[in-house]
Design a protein around this ligand. Structure first.
Ligand code: G6P
Length: 489
């Protein structure tokens, strides 16, 4: 089917991601509440869905074993065009084990954890097997819902076997795969025990997308080094078959944030926050509580700043929203304790009876309140150690039309390559550099803030989630699949 916006025909699309855009919470027997799922992938994709006749396939956020309950939840989700994959008994080894205990650290240059061979459920091999089983469960649900002509867009590191399974099932299906996280250097990727199988599967896709040129380049050179295939301008060539590899920087739906900041109740929340923090500059951090987000490094940089700048001690506050995530993975639980320890130390050192330098929250906040926080912040501090894109940076800029605050941004986030012109880029491992950037941001002249904001605001408006989806889908549509080539012969 040709993708032609002008003729009004919307291409049919199956978006397959580990998480559905809504997560279910059980409220009673056979009853559920549905909430928006966390993470950049979901917020990015929401900006895309409207342009296509889209159905979502993914994990609904809960285990459901009872068939009657499965049907009830599937019905509720169907109203939101969502189709659940009930991963149940496979979930722990697939999601906590292989996806987030093994692949996630490798993709973010953090190295493999020590294999736990005391517990047969936790060996690399059992987790790898569960990963493959889970990918097959996604395939089965797709097969049940697939209509001829549907394009299948697979997302992220959870589904690296799905392209191969889809092509084995029906070689005519057009398959795209997009990686929302970074792709590492081949030297790091090489340590993964099942390294070749995963790459070979991903390469069966018709189009592969990455956020940045660097991630795409790492991927291609990893394929050439590990599989001995050829890397070209187009992508990867294996025995004459080309897999197109291209760069599509994800964005947000900026108008949603701009509109929200204008709502009377959000303005009211902004006024209350301004009153609450009167006489102080607000530095804001909004992250999932993940090792890759560099939250301890952020606290150390802020501590250094307070140490070196006593005149700022009662004039600045760091508000850190640390959204709980992946509690089933031991590393994440350790991180929470580490973050709490640092907050306690810094508040103990620099706080007073009536004021504390860090306000640390172990929870998410609702969307309107988040926009109010973004809008009143003077500085946004993003210190990711490595990050796919970091859409929080984009969200901050979209909400800063009035204030024109400063973005201090890690050079290791994908966004560092897109928003680098307007942001103050830092190496988050260098506490002195983070401390200096905080100082520079707090002291920056209005003129400089305006100039920097203008550049980034323009970028965020232009490179939206809609553009990302359009560009990916256009390119996927133009890519000739192997089966189309065979017909053309
Ligand atoms: C990152 C990943 C997404 C994931 C999100 C939230 O953005 O790239 O695939 O959905 O984090 O993580 P979670 O494990 O809660 O889905």
């Amino acid at each position: 089917m040709a993708y032609d916006e002008a003729c009004g025909e919307r291409p049919r699309l199956l978006v397959v991601a580990n998480r559905l855009p809504v997560s279910a919470k059980r409220t009673g027997e056979n009853s559920w509440s549905l909430e928006m799922s966390p993470g950049g992938l979901v917020s990015g994709l929401l900006g895309v869905a409207a342009q296509f006749d889209t159905k979502w396939v993914g994990w609904p956020g809960v285990d459901v074993y009872d068939e009657v309950e499965k049907r009830a939840l599937s019905k509720a989700l169907a109203e939101m065009k969502c189709i659940p994959v009930f991963l149940n008994e496979v979930f722990d080894q697939y999601y906590n084990g292989y996806c987030n205990g093994i692949l996630w650290p490798i993709l973010h240059h953090m190295g493999l954890p020590q294999e736990d061979d005391n517990d047969t459920n936790k060996t690399f091999q059992t987790q790898y097997d569960a990963y493959k089983r889970a990918n097959r469960m996604f395939l089965d649900v797709i097969i049940d819902n697939y209509e001829e002509g549907d394009i299948v867009w697979c997302h992220d590191y959870h589904l690296m076997f799905l392209p191969q399974y889809l092509k084995e099932y029906n070689n005519k299906i057009k398959v795209g795969w997009f990686l929302h996280s970074p792709f590492p250097s081949s030297e790091v990727y090489k340590t993964l025990p099942s390294r070749s199988e995963l790459l070979r599967s991903v390469l069966t896709s018709d189009l592969l997308g990455f956020h940045t040129y660097d991630f795409a380049r790492h991927f291609v050179s990893t394929c050439t080094r590990i599989l001995g295939v050829e890397g070209t301008q187009e992508g990867v060539v294996d025995h004459g078959r080309v897999t197109r590899v291209a760069v599509f920087p994800l964005g947000i739906d900026p108008d949603r944030f701009i509109r929200t900041c204008k709502l009377p109740e959000v303005r009211q929340q902004m006024n209350e926050l301004k009153e609450r923090f009167a006489g102080k500059k607000v530095i804001l951090g909004v992250d999932r509580l993940d090792m890759i987000k560099g939250i301890p490094q952020k606290f150390l940089g802020f501590e250094k700043f307070l140490e070196e700048n006593p005149n700022w001690r009662d004039k600045v506050v760091l508000v850190q929203i640390a959204v709980p995530t992946r509690n089933g993975v031991p590393e994440y639980r350790k991180l929470k304790n580490q973050a709490h320890g640092l907050v306690g130390r810094i508040n103990g050192r620099f706080g007073s009876v009536t004021s504390l330098p860090i306000h640390h929250l172990d929870c998410s906040v609702d969307f309107n309140y988040l926009c109010a926080l973004y809008a009143i912040a003077d500085v946004m501090l993003v210190t990711s150690l490595r990050d796919g894109m970091n859409l929080v940076s984009y969200e901050f800029i979209a909400c800063q039309e009035a204030k024109k605050g400063v973005l201090v941004l890690s050079e290791f986030a994908g966004a560092g390559q897109s928003l680098g012109a307007g942001a103050l880029l830092v190496n988050p491992w260098d506490v002195t550099e983070v401390s200096s950037a905080i100082k520079e941001a707090l002291n920056m002249s209005v003129e400089e803030r305006e100039t920097r904001h203008r550049v980034n605001f323009q970028y965020v408006k232009t490179y939206s989630a809609k553009k990302w989806g359009d560009d990916f889908m256009r390119e996927l549509n133009e890519t000739v699949t192997e089966s189309e080539m065979q017909i053309g012969k």
